[in-house]
Design a binder for this molecule. Structure first.
Ligand code: HEC
Length: 107
C-alpha cells in the first residue's frame, strides 16, 4: 500500500484544477480572436498601435511575446506617459484575453 491512496491523489488533483480555474494560474483564459479584433478597435488601440498592432505610431505589439499577466498589468497601469489605463470596467479579463489572442494570432 502506498502512503497516498488513489482517492487522495484524485481528490487533490481535482482540487488543484479547480483552484487553478479560479486564479488563472498564470495561463491566459481562452481568448477569441474575432472578438479580440472587435475590442481592439472599440478601445481605440488601433489609433496608436495600428490596425494590426505593428503599423501605428505606438510600439509594435503584433505577435506580442509578453505573458498574459504582464499584458493585463500593462493595460491597467495608470501612470504611463501616453497610453491611457484600461480598468476592469473598460476591458474585462475575458476581453483582455480576446485582445491578447488577436495580437498573438498575427491577423
Ligand atoms: C494614445 C495612444 C495609445 C493607445 C490608445 C493605446 N496604446 Fe498601448 N502603448 C502606447 C505607447 C506610447 C506605448 C509605449 C509606452 C508605454 O509602455 O506606455 C504602449 C505600450 C503598449 C504595450 C506594451 C508594449 C511593450 O512591448 O512593452 C502594450 C501591450 C499595449 N500598449 C497594448 C495596447 C492595447 C491592447 C491598447 C488598447 C486597449 C492600447 N495599447 C492602446 C500607446 C497607446
Amino acid at each position: 500500500m502506498t502512503p497516498f491512496s488513489r482517492a487522495t491523489i484524485l481528490a487533490s488533483s481535482v482540487l488543484f484544477v479547480f483552484t487553478c480555474s479560479l486564479s488563472a494560474c498564470g495561463a491566459p483564459p481562452a481568448g477569441n480572436v474575432e472578438n479580440g479584433q472587435k475590442w481592439y478597435k472599440m478601445n481605440n488601440c488601433n489609433a496608436c498601435h495600428g490596425e494590426k498592432g505593428n503599423d501605428g505610431r505606438g510600439p509594435n505589439i503584433a505577435a506580442i511575446d509578453m505573458s498574459f499577466g504582464s499584458f493585463v498589468k500593462k493595460l491597467r497601469k495608470k501612470d504611463a506617459p501616453i497610453m491611457p489605463p484600461y480598468p476592469e470596467s473598460k476591458i474585462s479579463e475575458q476581453d483582455a484575453a480576446d485582445i491578447y489572442a488577436f495580437l498573438k494570432s498575427g491577423k
